[in-house]
Design a protein around this ligand. Structure first.
Ligand code: SF4
Ligand code: SF4
Length: 367
C-alpha cells in the first residue's frame, strides 16, 4: 500500500488553502528527497492561451517557497507541444506562460522550457518497457536532481483521465518522444495546403522530404519521426497522423513516465489538484464546464497511487448538471467512460503498476 495525503477545500481565516497545501508537502517529508542545492524540476502545464483551467500560479509559489526552504533550487518547467499552438516553441511557450501569470514576480523562480528552443533537446534513456526500449526525455528534466510534478487532474480523450502519470509521461517527452507515443507512421503533407516553399526540406535532419512539382512529400522509410517539419511549415501543411491505438498510446505514455523518473525514484513528489475537473486536456484553447464538484488536493511519493486515488474520488462523486456528461451519474458510476466510452483508462494504471512505477493500492490520509 502506498500513502496518499489529501486535503479538502474547506478553509478558515487561520488556515487557508495555501497553508493546507504546504501541510501536504510537509507530510510528504520533502527534506528527505531534496539535498542542498538540488536543481528541482517542478513539472507543470502553463495552459494553452484561452484555457482557464490550468493551475493558478499562486499555488506554485507556495510550493516553490517550500522547496527553497528544503534547500532546493526549483524551476518551473514544461516541454514544447507536438501540435502547432501557443506553446510549440520556447519563445511562444514562455510568452504564453507569462501571459497566464507564471512570471518570476509571482512564482519566485525561473521558468525553463526543458526541451530547448524548438523541442530538439533531449536525452535518450534506455528502459525495459513492454513496447519501447528507449525514450526521449527533455534534457533539462533528465538533468535535474529531483522532480516534483504538479498536476491539474482532468479528463482526457485518449487516456480517459489525465493526471500525474500523463503529466510526466507525455509532458516530459521531447517532440520526437511525443510523436512516438501518438503515431506509428511519418507525418503527412497535405498537398492542398503545401506551397512548395521547401522550408521543411531544409530542416529535415534525415533528408526524408522531397519537393517535386511544387508539392512536398515525406519518405516513411527515411523519416525518424522527430516531428520537426510539423512545426516548421509556415502554412501548417504537415500533419501528425494521430493513429496510435488508445491502448498502446497509454502503455507508451507509462513507459515514458518510467524513463522520466529513472534515477529519481526517491527524489520525486506528485501532487494532483482535483479541482475544475474539465472534460478535456488543458492543451485546448478553451475548457468546458467541470464534470464534478471541486474535491481537493492529493500528494504522494507514488505516481500510480496518487492517480488511482484521484480517479476513485472523481468516480465517487455525483456528476454535475449541464456538462459534457449528458445525464447525471451517481456516485460510483464511471465518469471517464461516460465521456469516452471507447477508452479503457485502467490500462495506464495497470501498465504503470506492471512497470514498477507504483501501486494502485493506497491508504488515504486526510489532513
Ligand atoms: S514547408 Fe510546408 S509549404 Fe513549404 S514545402 Fe514544406 S510542406 Fe510545403
Ligand atoms: S518528422 Fe523529422 S525526420 Fe520525419 S520528415 Fe519530418 S523533419 Fe524529417
Amino acid at each position: 500500500m502506498s500513502k496518499v495525503y489529501f486535503t479538502d477545500l474547506r478553509t478558515t481565516p487561520n488556515r487557508n488553502l495555501l497553508d493546507k497545501l504546504v501541510d501536504l508537502i510537509n507530510r510528504s517529508k520533502i527534506e528527505r528527497k531534496i539535498r542542498n542545492n538540488d536543481l528541482v524540476a517542478v513539472k507543470v502545464h502553463f495552459g494553452e492561451l484561452g484555457n482557464t483551467a490550468y493551475l493558478r500560479p499562486v499555488f506554485l509559489r507556495s510550493i516553490v517557497r517550500r522547496l527553497k526552504e528544503a534547500g532546493g533550487k526549483p524551476f518551473l518547467t514544461d516541454t514544447n507541444t507536438l501540435y502547432t499552438g501557443s506553446r510549440s516553441d520556447t519563445v511562444s511557450h514562455l510568452t504564453t506562460a507569462i501571459h497566464n501569470g507564471f512570471d518570476y514576480s509571482c512564482v519566485e523562480c525561473p521558468l525553463v522550457i526543458a526541451d530547448g528552443l524548438r523541442g530538439r533537446s533531449g536525452a535518450i534513456i534506455p528502459i525495459a518497457g513492454e513496447v519501447l526500449k528507449e525514450v526521449h526525455i527533455a534534457k533539462e528534466i533528465a538533468d535535474a536532481d529531483a522532480l516534483v510534478a504538479i498536476t491539474h487532474f482532468k479528463a482526457h480523450e485518449l487516456s480517459g483521465f489525465g493526471g500525474t502519470l500523463k503529466n510526466i509521461g507525455m509532458g516530459c517527452a521531447t517532440r520526437e518522444g511525443k510523436l512516438v507515443q501518438h503515431s506509428t507512421v511519418a507525418p503527412r503533407v497535405n498537398p492542398n495546403i503545401c506551397k512548395g516553399c521547401k522550408l521543411c526540406q531544409s530542416y529535415c535532419p534525415r533528408g526524408a522530404i522531397t519537393v517535386a512539382s511544387g508539392k512536398a512529400s515525406i519518405s516513411g522509410s527515411k523519416c525518424i519521426g522527430c516531428g520537426e517539419c510539423t512545426l516548421i511549415c509556415p502554412f501548417h501543411a504537415i500533419e501528425v497522423q494521430w493513429n496510435e491505438s488508445p491502448d498502446i498510446f497509454q502503455k507508451k505514455m507509462m513507459e515514458y513516465a518510467l524513463g522520466a523518473l529513472k534515477g529519481k525514484a526517491k527524489k520525486s513528489l506528485f501532487i494532483n489538484f482535483v479541482i475544475q475537473v474539465s472534460p478535456a486536456c488543458d492543451c485546448y484553447p478553451n475548457n468546458d464546464a467541470p464534470i464534478v464538484r471541486d474535491i481537493g488536493i492529493l500528494a504522494s511519493d507514488d505516481p500510480v497511487a496518487v492517480d488511482a486515488a484521484s480517479c476513485d474520488m472523481v468516480n465517487n462523486e455525483v456528476s454535475l448538471p449541464s456538462t459534457a456528461i449528458k445525464r447525471t451519474l451517481a456516485k460510483g458510476e464511471d465518469k471517464w467512460r461516460a465521456l469516452f466510452p471507447q477508452i479503457d483508462w485502467n490500462i495506464q494504471l495497470d501498465h504503470a503498476q506492471r512497470l514498477g512505477l507504483g501501486t494502485r493500492k493506497y491508504t488515504l490520509t486526510k489532513i
